[in-house]
Design a protein around this ligand. Structure first.
Ligand code: MG
Length: 474
């Protein structure tokens, strides 16, 4: 009897304490926002060392949150990188990486297979409202669009903003490279990309001058209209992928030129999103992650970004191709600081699942680690390894501080230069983030451990059927 009385007292107390601290949002489930830039380099934010690009809103998130300095995209080009983020699986497993085509194109036949479980589908289990705004690039045919992969709403360009160049323009200018490498060709009509809302094309060509603004505004609109339910927003900007477009308000503002204008406009939109969270009382209950899908496309000179002190850029398995400027922000929950332990976009699947209380699928192999102990409890990361794939070939592996390159090759669009290294090149990334000093002969024991890790990984690898190879003919 006494036990029952104590229980009733405790229940009453908890009810009272709940009433005295009303939670405005989301029956206390954490909201998630991923802001994914396209082809932004490690060195392209002021808080990551850029001397002239000004990103005050991201810098504030860095000051209030965690700056991750060893955080990797799941691949070095758009399509496989996005598949990795949304499934928590290396894209070789889902068939979303290929040695025949590196990404999907407007004449590609397929996309992310329906049997893959996306982060959106995972969070639907916990009744999240799920929204995808921006670049999809996991299949533009209706069967593959976001609504068929667990998202309740979609607004965006379904692939890269440099696609759908009319044949007449290609002919007149001499080809793809001639069009995109000359900024004078950055005209909306030269890139006939569609803008899609849910499953319907609503604009073509998409007005890219204000696309960044519209993505940010769409995100703010969603936050304001869905503040009472837990939500997951996947905001994947099309920029600063070439061709570069900025709104009238942003154009000419940055001393870095139009690339700086574009990055600063993305940052400005982030300021509006954070402001909206604060106005709706959601800032204490939302985890915002900012990162990029792959490194800078350096083939386009100053129209592409900078990997800072990292080597090379987009398309390679050098650090500049896959290590991304990354910020986690959840004020009052995340202990601010700089995190130099390993993390990856692959890990968001596991991390968000933990935070939302959704069990992981047990019928497939995941490549996803739970980062929440590191984010919220200052504990050490579980991830101490990372596999760098180009297409379906494993080119390099990281184990702790060390990275071994078995194969290296040039950047995206600058083909050739494929080299097989036996023994592998070995770098200590903490001592030598620029991968300049090969120390393979000094550390045979490290190479031995690397070789074992690679052998075990490859022995168990089951490749998905190539979803990228089929193009054209329709
Ligand atoms: Mg990209």
């Amino acid at each position: 009897m006494r036990y029952v009385s104590i229980c009733i007292f405790l229940i009453l107390l908890s009810t009272l304490s709940c009433e005295s601290t009303p939670e405005k949002s989301s029956d206390s489930k954490t909201n998630f926002i991923i802001i994914f830039a396209d082809d932004l380099g490690y060195g392209d934010l002021s808080s990551f060392g850029h001397p002239t690009i000004k990103t005050p809103n991201l810098d504030r998130m860095v000051a209030e949150g965690q700056k991750w300095t060893n955080f990797y995209a799941g691949a070095s080009v758009c399509t496989p990188s996005r598949a990795a983020l949304l499934t928590g699986r290396l894209p070789i497993r889902s068939g979303m990486s290929s040695n025949k085509q590196r990404v999907l194109f407007p004449d590609s036949h397929h996309g992310l297979p329906s049997q893959e479980i996306t982060l959106a589908e995972q969070l639907k289990i916990a009744n999240y409202t799920t929204v995808c705004i921006g670049k999809w690039h996991l299949g533009h045919k209706e069967a593959y669009l976001p609504l068929q992969h667990g998202f309740d709403y979609y607004f965006g360009i379904p692939y890269s903003n440099d696609m759908d160049i009319p044949d007449a323009i290609l002919k007149e200018k001499g080809g793809y490279w001639e069009v995109v490498s000359d900024p004078k060709n950055n005209l909306i009509e030269n890139f006939q990309v569609p803008l899609i809302q849910n499953n319907t094309e609503i604009e073509r060509p998409a007005n890219q001058n204000n696309i960044t603004q519209r993505y940010s505004d769409e995100t703010v609109k969603f936050i304001k209209s869905n503040k009472d339910k837990p939500f997951f927003i996947y905001l994947a900007h099309n920029l600063p992928h070439i061709p570069l477009f900025a709104s009238e308000e942003a154009l000419g503002k940055s001393s870095r030129g139009i690339y700086g204008d574009v990055v600063e406009e993305i940052d400005h939109g982030i300021g509006k999103i954070i402001q909206a969270l604060k106005e709706e009382g959601l800032d204490k209950n939302t985890l915002v992650v900012f990162t990029s899908d792959n490194g800078p496309w350096t083939a386009f000179n100053d129209q592409g970004g900078s990997a800072g002190l990292l080597r090379a850029g987009k398309g390679t398995t050098w650090e500049g191709g896959m290590r991304e400027p990354t910020v986690f922000w959840a004020p009052g929950k995340i202990a601010p600081g700089i995190v130099d332990q390993l993390g990856s976009t692959l890990d968001l699947f596991h991390t968000f699942s933990t935070l939302a209380g959704v069990p992981l699928p047990d019928d497939r192999i995941l490549d996803s680690y739970d980062l929440s102990p590191l984010l919220f409890e200052n504990q050490n990361a579980k991830r101490n390894q990372f596999f760098y794939y180009r297409g379906t070939d494993l080119y390099a592996v990281r184990l702790g501080d060390f990275k071994a390159h078995y194969i290296t090759q040039g950047e995206y669009g600058l083909y050739g230069g494929k080299e097989i290294h036996n023994p592998p090149l070995l770098y200590n990334l903490n001592h030598d983030p620029s991968e300049e000093y090969n120390i393979a002969d000094q550390h045979p024991e490290v190479l031995e451990a690397m070789n074992k890790l690679v052998a075990a990984h490859q022995e168990k690898m089951v490749m998905g059927e190539d979803q990228l190879k089929d193009r054209g003919g329709e």
